[in-house]
Design a protein around this ligand. Sequence first.
Ligand code: SF4
Ligand code: SF4
Length: 125
Amino acid sequence: MKKENKINCDECKKQHACCLTGAWLDLEEAKKILELGIPKGDFFHLVKDDSYPSGYRTSTSVGNNPCVFLTRTGLCSVHKINYDLKPVHCKEFPYENGKLSPVAKYLCLAVKAKRKSGRKSVSPV
Ligand code: SF4
Ligand code: SF4
């Protein structure tokens, strides 16, 4: 796969587009974020999932609402305070474990644009 096909989020015109449905993260990641005391910052849907390091995952949004950490100006409040604590899925998206995420075609503007233009292939890493 050609390197130029890799999605570059720095070039994205609407970087919060992929935050509108929130993100899943490991329960232990969520606990550290809670310690930041971000107003309205909370987690939902605790689910047992052995593919996560702690064995549990939780979500940053409820219903059809955007991520609770998304600010009015379209920035991530966790990222603003401490990038290291930003959920792994958010740092990697639209990739996941080295491959394009299966939900990227719904959430990522760049992937959607490439598919629309007929260039369906984007680099897995
Ligand atoms: S935690 Fe931050 S990067 Fe992740 S979905 Fe929420 S606002 Fe977006
Ligand atoms: S994942 Fe897609 S929608 Fe989100 S910032 Fe990157 S290019 Fe933009």
